[in-house]
Design a protein around this ligand. Structure first.
Ligand SMILES: [Zn+2]
Length: 427
């Protein structure tokens, strides 16, 4: 049974479901890559205006937030703005190939519907709610982001990294985040961890020569890369299952012209693991493999590492509130608990500083990040999640002792100074 206010807000969400689903469609059909989310921002701003709400802070180039209420406690809710390159997705932007194949548009929609519902009663409640719209979660399209850094528009490559360093989250007590999942059985995931990763760009250097007439005078950079990929494949038998190591990459540049020996090959990859303590060791193994494989056939390589995201450790106390509210709408049998996920997100960085949760929701079909990812059940994706988020926020506002407990149990895991040092530790 929902309490009176929860029932009222749930009814409000229900009454506005057509409008919410239409907003979800519009955002899903207007995908943009990270730090390009201008159209997305305008769609959201229009919705906010129509609902008597307005953006009060802008940050991280394309990010912004909306705050309602005043005083303590201060509850954060968070949605990601960006899409991911997904060639072949029917909604993909023809130029950038951006599509909402990670479902971030669904986070924005559900969070907006929740904020709208909460705002109807904010005067009866004590406390503040901020909805953060965070840009550029997907760690992709790096040359563009590096250009923005040079131009002074951003300082770091992901949205939340910039937001943390720019003190955007300083005055919030705890944060609720959600993410779509494509599970064939479970409809919710509570307490999942996320992996940490390092991004690597390896440039194999060789020497060009006519590929047929004088291959003996060249050094084949593509062969260096092929040898390296084999070395990584052999390394895989040394990885322990429980560490969930993933080394996955793409060849960006495979050579200059087919009738010359390739003199430059660029391979981009992530080294990730669910066991953060071994990440640096793994990373060194991959670097060494690249150096030795290149040298083995007379070439060389340049290895550039960019620190990726921290693993997500969710706040257990806050997750109790999430679970209670999910149970208002779902049978316990369809909730997955404490999954070890090898996915990663910059939400992991926030957990160093603030109590945060990210629960997973379904209603999606096809493969996450795949060309067949679709919103299979808009009601579940948008309406049910909006009601659950609303319920969680109301619980925290109506029972500030819950927030006090969350704050008491939380330990900051890193100083901001050390975090900035880490972000600057590119090699
Ligand atoms: Zn995502």
């Amino acid at each position: 049974m929902l309490n009176e206010l929860k029932q009222k807000t749930a009814d409000y969400v229900e009454r506005h479901k057509e409008e919410t689903i239409a907003l979800g469609d519009e955002l899903f059909n207007n995908p943009e890559l990270g730090f390009h989310e201008f159209k997305t921002g305008r769609i959201i701003e229009k919705y906010l205006e129509e609902h008597g709400l307005k953006i009060d802070k802008r940050f991280a180039y394309t990010g912004f937030s909306v705050t309602i209420g005043s005083g303590s406690p201060h509850i954060g809710i968070m949605a990601e703005l960006d899409a991911i390159p997904t060639r072949g997705h029917p909604c993909a932007d023809p130029e950038s190939t951006a599509a909402h194949a990670c479902g971030h548009s669904t986070q924005c929609t559900a969070m907006l519907a929740a904020l709208d519902a909460i705002s109807q009663h904010i005067d009866e409640l004590k406390g503040t709610v901020t909805l953060y719209f965070t840009p550029a979660e997907e760690f992709t399209d790096l040359p563009y982001r590096q250009k923005l850094v040079k131009e002074g528009k951003i300082r770091y490559l992901s949205g939340k990294e910039n937001m943390i360093v720019d003190h955007v989250f300083d005055d919030v007590d705890c944060i609720i985040h959600i993410h779509a999942m494509g599970d064939p059985f479970y409809h919710f995931s509570v307490g999942s961890t996320l992996a940490g990763f390092v991004y690597k760009k390896i440039t194999f250097i060789g020497k060009a020569a006519h590929a047929a007439m004088m291959p003996h005078l060249g050094v084949n950079a593509l062969n260096e890369c092929a040898l390296f990929l084999n070395a990584v494949a052999y390394l895989r038998e040394t990885f322990r299952d429980e560490d969930m190591v993933r080394i996955h990459g793409i060849i960006d540049e495979g050579g200059n012209t087919v009738n010359s020996i390739p003199d430059k090959v660029v391979y981009e990859c992530y080294v990730r693991t669910a066991n953060y303590s071994i990440l640096q060791t793994l990373n060194r193994q991959v670097t060494e493999a690249a150096r030795h494989c290149a040298a083995a056939i007379g070439g060389s390589c340049i290895v550039e590492d960019i620190p990726g995201y921290f693993p997500l450790i969710q706040d257990e106390t806050l997750n109790k509130t999430i679970e209670e509210n999910i149970l208002d709408y779902a049978d316990p049998s369809i909730i997955k608990h404490n999954e070890t996920s090898v996915a990663a997100g910059d939400v992991g960085d926030i957990c160093l500083f603030k109590p945060i949760v990210q629960y997973g929701y379904n209603g999606i079909s096809g493969r996450i990040h795949g060309a067949d990812m679709r919103i299979a059940d808009p009601y579940e994706v948008y309406i049910t999640q909006a009601k659950i988020i609303t319920g969680c926020v109301l619980d925290l506002l109506q029972e500030p002792e819950r927030v006090a407990e969350i704050k008491k149990n939380f330990q900051v895991k890193m100083t901001l100074e050390d975090y900035i040092k880490y972000l600057n530790s590119e090699e």
